[in-house]
Design a binder for this molecule. Structure first.
Ligand SMILES: Nc1nc2c(ncn2[C@@H]2O[C@H](COP(=O)(O)OP(=O)(O)OP(=O)(O)O)[C@@H](O)[C@H]2O)c(=O)[nH]1
Length: 391
């Protein structure tokens, strides 16, 4: 599937930068266009793979290139004010060649969290292609303002996009890791999962053809139920049995013996592990509206029977009647990987918790405001008492 990706804010830009690297390494050609938008000049300058002409600095008149300091209302305001500058960069994208837009943003900060939904609304008004977002939730140790931003932004993103794919940093940070090396690891994880999902079906001319192809319309149909999505992943490194036949001696490549029963079993077990293991956003699998599974790996290690069994299992597990599945051949890969997209999930404890914390944070803010208003009144009254008439 070909995407126009817009990285909004620091996290969005960094993840998009990694997507470009992945695209180049894998030859997957998912990112048809890449635009980074930020209020902080330094963040834009730190990007490595996004072309300079596609880096858009917004809000210069208001924040002078220094970021909005986790103020997501300000993030939304400057995005509204400077939407034409973002649009100018998007005007250079051959939109007729893309299947969808994907806005990537950290929901806890200010720029991406506030500006991302503004851009989503704008794109939906102008284009007919679906507009998705990949929203990154903050770690719980990041504090109240990040949680409050994330809770607000989450709701707005769900309203303004065709589907919000979520990655929860809280579920992925390893203890003892530095923040930066932690993010590098997390960003690799994000790009691998979403890269396989969006890369399926993007087979170039002369490339390998999948036995049961996943094409972009299947990803779009799975996401079309709207709401929130999460992605599961599992992989197994292949212990490739090689047989030194004449052909292999001539080509230098080993032929492989592949047992079809173990191929089927490997696939079904990877689908289970992917679905029941660590999801990008942990949730109850039951009640999922739609699902899609993609099996990636060397074609010999993929078969229709395994995928069909895996698909049936996901149907039983989710209770959904709309479970699609297919394969994504990658000959050079040394592993078989399963990616499971669960779309329209409803039972998500982290979101409930986030909303609760946000309500409390809002009440605290209201209390603080009330308290400071009372203090102000008090101060005025006290001062009134003390003031001596001058005449
Ligand atoms: N996964 C991931 N999350 C990140 C990364 N960098 C920052 N974050 C998360 O993103 C949130 C902060 O958002 P940023 O993108 O840094 O903020 P911003 O949109 O640039 O907004 P301001 O800095 O307030 O102007 C925090 O919750 C971080 O946990 C990253 O490289 N990867």
């Amino acid at each position: 599937m070909k995407l126009a990706m817009i990285g909004f804010g620091q996290a969005g830009g960094k993840v998009l930068d990694r997507f470009l690297e992945y695209d180049r390494e894998q030859g997957s050609e998912i990112v048809r266009a890449a635009v980074a938008v930020n209020t902080a000049k330094a963040d834009l300058m730190g990007l490595e793979n996004i072309p300079e002409e596609n880096r858009v600095l917004i809000g210069q008149a208001r924040v002078k290139g220094h970021g909005v300091g986790a103020d997501n209302e300000l993030g939304a305001e400057v995005a509204e004010e400077d939407i034409d500058e973002v649009q100018s960069a998007i005007d250079n994208i051959p939109v007729h060649e893309v299947d969808a837009f994907l806005i990537i943003a950290g929901l806890g900060g200010g720029t991406g969290s506030g500006g991302g939904p503004v851009l989503a609304k704008h794109l939906k008004r102008i284009y007919t292609e679906p507009v998705y977002a990949l929203g990154i939730l903050p770690g719980s140790e990041e504090g109240g303002i990040y949680t409050l931003n994330a809770a607000r932004s989450f709701q707005t993103f769900v309203r303004e996009t065709d589907n919000l794919l979520v990655f929860d940093n809280d579920n992925w940070r390893q203890s003892g890791e530095s923040v930066e090396s932690g993010y590098a690891e997390i960003n690799r994880e994000i790009v691998e999962r979403f890269g396989i999902l969006f890369g399926a079906g993007e087979i170039r001319e002369g490339g390998e053809v999948a036995e049961s192809v996943v094409d972009s319309s299947e990803v779009i149909n799975t996401l079309a139920c709207g709401g929130v999505s999460t992605v599961g992943y599992a992989s197994e490194t292949l212990d490739r049995e090689r047989k030194g036949g004449l052909l292999s001696k001539l080509t230098g490549e080993a032929e492989e013996e592949v047992d079809s029963t173990s191929t089927t079993n490997r696939i079904t077990s990877l689908v289970r592990k992917g679905t029941l293991g660590r999801l990008t956003l942990p949730c109850e699998v039951g009640g999922t509206e739609r699902a899609l599974l993609v099996l990636a790996g060397p074609p010999k290690y993929l078969n229709r029977k395994g995928i069909e069994r895996g698909r049936k299992w996901v149907e039983d597990e989710t209770g959904s009647m709309e479970v699609r599945g297919g394969d994504y051949p990658r000959s050079r890969s040394e592993k078989v990987a399963s990616v499971v997209l669960l779309s329209g999930v409803t039972n998500v404890p982290r979101i409930k918790e986030l909303q609760q914390v946000a309500v409390e944070a809002q009440e605290n803010i209201d209390d603080l405001r009330d308290a400071s208003a009372e203090n102000l009144d008090q101060l005025v009254n006290d001062n009134d008492d003390e003031l001596e008439p001058l005449f």
